[in-house]
Design a protein around this ligand. Structure first.
Ligand code: ADP
Length: 794
């Protein structure tokens, strides 16, 4: 195209020259006319005329030359158009070839593993070759047949001739015999040829059969792969199906138990039946399942988690991560795990697979009345989940937020009762009911004081307190709303708060549960003194059933090598990817990017006093002072704190090294973990804390205060009293600016002065095992002990 433009420009310039020359020519002609009219001879004018004449001739030649040039240009233009047309055609063919190639690739994928496919294709090629040989052979025989036919015709003709010339009779006989012989041979060849053709046709049929079998086999294998890749999802769907039938009273309790047991054992017969009846009537699946329901024994547990959050469908903080992370880990260990959640109007419905409402209403008690509850089922992260939607006029979970309502106590007391009612009415023989935090703490006293009396007593209750700051207190009379006996429970050794006259839901759960846990060993120690926020004495009384188990993180969700939110996926061996994410975040947040190695400090948190908001603020200024960049992602339920940080954000609005994003944003959180070099967690207290573990998994070195779970997961890089291999971050003890500053300075120092050492630290952090595996084993252990004790006394 550039070339064409150049030619066109040249053409225009030439045209302008021609025009000038033509004007000059006509002027010359006019002058010539004038001079001949003026009869001027031998004068200088005549000389000039001669010169002009010569000029004129030269000009004419020029014009001719330019005209031919013009023609050439026109031809070139035409050529270019043709070339362009051809190029367009080539482009189109190329695109078609590309799409064919993609389609061919997709077909190849459908056909399963290549080796197996090539083996089959090779066999088919052999078969085809044999068939081709047979056909060739048949063709030779056919040729031979034609020969024979010719010879027969010749013989018949000679015979006729012989008759005509009256040859001897014996010769005629001989010839007739020969004809007969030839005819016989012809027949034999004919039938041989037919059998060859039949054989060929048979081979073709065989070829098609093999091909269809191959396709069928590939489809089956791809289906197997599909189910193999997502077994949890599949089993959860089956489990929900069975529970739905039971609740809808379509199957008997015993059958449901047996089928559930088969689900727990991942019985392949159920899976096959489910897959083969998929898309047909529910009734058919049910019948085929019931045929398989045979008695069996179990060593796995049936565990029901009742909680207010679950990641990613309804997440506010770490509780949500624990429910899905622990649930998945227990499911992987062979237990039947179910989750019961409120059906919030603001939950991320798109994170639930197969969400559907059951054809049943579960009634539950509240404030002297029975209320209907719609029961929704679906799978989240491969786990079966029940969502309870109360048909109560207060619309408890249609408030566009998870917490922070004036009637939170009422909302979750209602939910706890309805969740137990669901388990009770579904006739499940659950081994462990695991409730979490104050919102579902009511489950423990309700279970033992109300449901056990109804014969629903197979389960043992485990209560996990994720944060003793939130205890769920209310006037004692409010306990009666969910059917608890106020008089019976409003006692210092039961549910009455230790420091005021109200009742305390967390205290009730500590007293009434068989197992009480919190989320890290250090926090378990801290809450036995003032960290217990008034419950330390209760915890001491119940210390035999109380322990701290460090949370894990969901290593599927938090995995830099597969994280779909990242610009580039990466792992410990390839830190280039991490640098690319840093560059991408800088661009996204409009941060300076001139120095790729300028350290970036991240912080992702709820902005509440517990998280050390004043220290977070200090970290922002300190980072600026040390020449780094700071990104904060956080929001606050406390209006003053939110306003304060909005002020800081405004202050740094035009500073291209500091960004404050004051909202909840899951996708952005992944990008910040990946982009940051360091991660700040300056909590005043921290029951476990997940962000420091997630940060390490993404290669961001934590700078944390030594408290709670932070003390159990981050070990100071410069602390020579601990083995080098476990040192993974920078810590400080005192919750003041000085402590934080000194830890930050040490981190910045190492980052800028010892890049190789820093790199090794990053790589070490990325490979630490923070999965749920170990912690889930600890839960498994305490569940099993509780169940064994229960069976021993039964
Ligand atoms: P807590 O439960 O006290 O809030 P944790 O450290 O246990 O603290 O868990 C916090 C979880 O919430 C982490 O998964 C973190 O990534 C996430 N998180 C916190 N704030 C935000 C936010 N503003 N946007 C996205 N995710 C957030």
């Amino acid at each position: 195209m550039e070339h064409a433009d150049k030619i066109l420009k040249e053409k225009e310039a030439l045209q302008r020259k021609i025009n000038i020359l033509e004007t000059r020519l006509s002027e010359t002609n006019a002058q010539h006319k004038l001079s001949s009219e003026g009869n001027v001879s031998d004068s200088p004018l005549l000389l000039e005329f001669d010169v002009l004449k010569e000029d004129n001739i030269l000009l004419k030649e020029d014009i001719e030359f330019f005209k031919t040039k013009l023609i050439e240009i026109a031809e070139t233009e035409e050529g270019i158009f043709k070339l362009e047309k051809e190029r367009a055609l080539l482009d189109a063919s190329l695109r078609e070839l590309e799409s064919r190639f993609i389609a061919a690739q997709a077909n190849m994928m459908k056909l399963g593993p290549r080796d197996a496919w090539w083996e089959k294709v090779e066999k088919l090629e052999d078969l085809l070759e044999t068939t081709a040989n047979q056909v060739e052979h048949a063709a030779v025989i056919l040729d031979h047949n034609h020969d024979l036919q010719d010879r027969l015709d010749n013989l018949e003709a000679s015979l006729q001739a012989a008759n005509i010339s009256k040859f001897s009779c014996s010769l005629v006989d001989l010839l007739q015999q020969k004809v007969k012989l030839v005819e016989d041979r012809f027949q034999a060849c004919n039938s041989e040829m037919h059998s060859q053709i039949e054989l060929y046709e048979h081979s073709i049929v065989e070829f098609h059969d093999t091909l269809s079998k191959l396709i069928e086999e590939s489809e089956k294998r791809s289906l197997e792969n599909f189910t193999g890749n997502m077994p949890s999802e599949l089993w959860s769907k089956i489990s929900l199906l069975i529970d739905g039938w039971l609740l809808e009273k379509k199957i008997a309790y015993n059958d449901a138990s047996m089928l559930r047991e088969m689900v727990r054992k991942r019985d392949s017969r159920l899976r096959e039946a489910y897959l083969s009846y998929r898309g047909t009537e529910n009734r058919d699946v049910m019948d085929s399942f019931l045929k398989m329901a045979l008695p069996g024994t179990s060593s796995g547990l049936h565990i029901a988690h009742i909680a207010a959050e679950m990641a990613p469908v309804a997440k506010v903080g770490g509780l949500a991560d624990v429910i899905s992370g622990l649930g998945k880990a227990l499911q992987k260990k062979g237990h039947l795990v179910e989750i019961i959640l409120p059906k919030y109007d603001c939950m991320q419905v798109d994170q639930v697979s197969n969400l559907k409402v059951l054809d049943v209403l579960v009634q539950s008690y509240f404030e002297g009345n029975m209320f209907n509850n719609k029961i929704w089922t679906g799978t989240v992260e491969g786990l079966p989940v029940y969502f309870i939607e109360p048909q109560h006029p207060a619309m408890f979970f249609s408030r566009a937020q998870y917490y922070g309502e004036h009637d939170d106590f009422k909302r979750f007391a209602y939910f706890s009762r309805a969740a137990l009612e669901l388990l009770y009415q579904s006739g499940k023989k659950v081994d462990i009911i695991h409730c979490h935090d104050w919102q579902t703490a009511f489950v423990a006293p309700l279970y033992w004081d109300v449901y056990a009396n109804l014969g629903f007593n197979s389960a043992r209750i485990c209560f996990t307190c994720h944060n003793f700051e939130y205890q769920g207190t209310a006037p004692a009379r409010d306990l009666a709303w969910c059917g608890l006996d106020v008089e019976h429970l409003d006692r210092p050794d039961r549910m009455r708060d230790n420091s005021h006259g109200r009742i305390n839901a967390v205290k009730g759960a500590i007293v009434y549960s068989n197992i009480v846990t919190t989320v890290s060993p250090t926090y378990a120690l801290e809450v036995r003194s003032e960290g217990g926020r008034g419950l330390q004495d209760t915890l001491k009384v119940h210390s035999r059933k109380f322990l701290g188990i460090l949370n894990g993180i969901d290593t599927d969700t938090w995995n830099p090598s597969t994280d779909r939110y990242l610009k580039v996926q990466y792992n410990a061996k390839d830190l280039q990817g991490k640098a690319a994410n840093k560059a991408a975040l800088r661009e996204q947040l409009n941060l300076a990017s001139a120095y790729p190695s300028q350290p970036l400090v991240g912080c992702i948190t709820r902005l509440v006093a517990q998280k050390g908001v004043h220290l977070i603020r200090h970290a922002i200024y300190k980072t600026a002072e040390l020449g780094g960049q700071f990104v904060l992602l956080g929001s606050s339920p406390v209006p003053e704190i939110q306003r304060e940080f909005e002020g800081i954000a405004d202050h740094f609005q035009n500073n291209n090294n500091i960004r404050l994003i004051l909202k909840y944003d899951d996708a952005l959180s992944h990008c910040i973990y990946a982009a940051s070099d360091m991660f700040i967690v300056p909590s005043i207290f921290e029951p476990c804390g997940l962000t420091q573990m997630i940060a390490m998994r993404y290669g961001s070195v934590p700078i944390v205060r030594k408290t709670g779970g932070l003390n159990d997961s981050v070990f100071d890089f410069d602390d020579e009293t601990i083995p080098m291999e476990v040192r993974n971050g920078f810590t400080f003890v005192k919750a003041d600016e000085q402590g934080l500053s000194s830890a930050m300075e040490r981190a910045f120092n190492c980052y800028t002065r010892k890049p190789e050492v820093w790199k090794q630290l990053v790589q070490k952090d990325m490979t630490i095992d923070f999965s749920w595996d170990t912690s889930a084993s600890q839960y498994e252990d305490i569940y099993q002990k509780a169940v064994a004790r229960a069976r021993a006394v039964a």
